[in-house]
Design a protein around this ligand. Structure first.
Ligand SMILES: *[C@@H]1O[C@H](CO)[C@@H](O)[C@H](O)[C@H]1NC(C)=O
Ligand SMILES: *[C@@H]1O[C@H](CO)[C@@H](O)[C@H](O)[C@H]1NC(C)=O
Length: 182
């Protein structure tokens, strides 16, 4: 009796969900099979005085930033470590501008080269590996940018994007790469 009630409730929930219009036409993460490659947490922190979002998989490095005015903001995503064997993964390049006090991340090597040759950003190595296309259980890692404070910010959370764009004046800069959700 109880079980069939649950089954009916689930079936009606499912029907509601299928009938509902999709909130966005972005691909749904649950339709992407996870490939099982080991991942590491990409940690996130924010400094109000530097107006800078910083991301690293290295806890020791993060601890040094936390001792230097940054506030931990949890896990931004899971990405692939430097020794990943995922064949389609690409490096997530990390750069830093002392002028803007801004950490910047890109999976686009041309974008990196242009910035390195034409701006105050210098190479800060590789944050880890990510996917250029949606596969292996990944979701979009969105970038938004606030020119006024010189901050590039990255998140998988669309609600957070809307808040930053609507309330804080950031502009939408599209998808940087695909990452595993936190
Ligand atoms: C992690 O960061 C610390 C401090 O910056 C550094 O000494 C160490 O080499 C880093 N570890 C790795 C695996 O990159
Ligand atoms: C990579 O960056 C370059 C330079 O910014 C840009 O012209 C190109 O469209 C980018 N490629 C992709 C796939 O986004």
């Amino acid at each position: 009796m109880k079980l069939s009630t649950v089954a009916i409730a689930l079936a009606s929930l499912y029907m509601q969900a299928s009938a509902a219009p999709t909130a966005s036409d972005a691909p749904q993460p649950e339709t992407v099979p996870n490939c099982g490659y080991p991942t590491v947490a990409l940690l996130r922190a924010w400094s109000q005085s530097a107006t800078d979002h910083f991301f690293t998989t290295n806890q020791t490095e993060m601890d040094a930033f936390l001792a230097n005015g940054y506030v931990a903001q949890g896990i931004a995503a899971y990405i692939l470590p430097s020794d990943t064997e995922a064949p389609t993964a690409v490096p997530l390049f990390r750069m830093y501008s002392a002028q803007y006090r801004d950490h910047y991340y890109t999976a686009n090597a041309t974008n990196r080269d242009v910035l390195l040759s034409q701006s105050s950003y210098v190479s800060d190595g590789i944050a880890g590996f990510v996917y250029p296309d949606q596969e292996c259980g990944t979701v979009p890692f969105y970038r938004i940018y606030d020119h006024a404070i010189g901050d590039n910010f990255f998140t998988t959370d669309q609600a957070e994007i809307y808040d930053f764009v609507d309330q804080l004046g950031y502009t939408d800069r599209g998808v940087t790469a695909y990452v595993n959700p936190q």
